[in-house]
Write a protein that binds this ligand. Sequence first.
Ligand SMILES: [Zn+2]
Length: 435
Amino acid sequence: MNKLLLLFSLVALGLHAEVKVLKNFTLIDGTGRAPVAHAAMIIDNGKISWVGTTANLKAPSGAQVIDLTGRYVMPGLINLHGHLGAVIGLKQDASYETPENVEKNLKTYASYGVTTVQSMGTDKPFVLEMRDKQRASGRPGETRIYSAGQGFVFKGGYGGLAGVTPEVATPGEVAPLVDKLANEKVDIVKFWMDSELGKKPKMPHSIGKAIIDAAHQHGLPVACHIFYLEDAQAMTDDGVNGLAHSVRDQPVNQALIDSMKKHGTWQMAETLTREAAIFTYVKTPPFIGDPFFTRGLSPETVATLKTPAFHQQMMKAVPEYEQFHQFLKTAQENLKRLADAGVKYGMGTDSGPPTRFPGWAEHWELELMVQAGLTPMQVIVASTKSGAEFLKAKDLGTLEKSKWADLMVMQKNPLDDIRNTRTVEAVYIAGNRVK
Ligand SMILES: [Zn+2]
């Protein structure tokens, strides 16, 4: 297509109502209801205006009809814990965080069927401007951004992105910084409370409480990075809205479950792939030959992942890497226990930082959630409807009338094997095909 024609088509797309019809697929709508065979859907200007069976379909004249015989359709994935744009290849640096690199990340997420990502606390202010532009456009053609702006790190402590995230030493420093975030209209507030296995000073509970209180005064939800049960308990008791990781030092107990249910606290993200990544990349990963893995990576990155020098570097970065097998197991058992107890949970990976590859991480997370004992249907609902519920995004998360048509088309049924989400062959965001 020449440039003029392309420009003309883009203008036409924007100005005129555009109707698409999808038909003859099996619908997994994200609500948890049983799948519907021979389903059909009408998408009007990016939103679902009708959904039913192909037998009952009345396709509007002039609509573009897409026959999806033999295919499976589910909502796009919502990743409640990502980090946008600060990595090139296998290196992270604040200077890499540019609009171009964030766009590149968003495209990668979209190509894998991750249609919404909540970026958790390492964003420069321009990311919020990008988010605002998306929302003002009404109909983005790229993965939707939710952002915590700049999260809070304890002085000299663990977490954040040097040069972007502020350090605080006392509860008194918190309120003006939260005011600033509220001004930027962040979607959520984030803080890190961790000691990196005892190597760094941990944020005191009093600072965590000050952040929660200040954010709540602005009506903003708060999520905290935790590792230890005692911190999850204290922050839940103080009203935190989401745990950004699993408790990994020991099994969750009834006191935490009771407090999470009482306060409506979510296991917002379990980030199982984060644990797995630590020990998986100290050698050549078993999935190095999987085109679904490598297609999101540059050839240089794929080559580096095979080198002993890189494996050594990974071991040095986290000398305790062997312990992460146990942390992963504990996280999985805790997820199952919380889910069985009726605590709400979404899906989140902590993808973005080196070796936590956007897109691949989310599909891997689904697999690890099923391995933890959840059914494929529970995992799909967590990654779609529940994610939207946590974000209070009323028109996202399920494929029902009046929702945005954010969806993935797959060749195989993910309810048979959750790894079948990797047969994704087309992705739509607001009815725009992005892959
Ligand atoms: Zn994170």
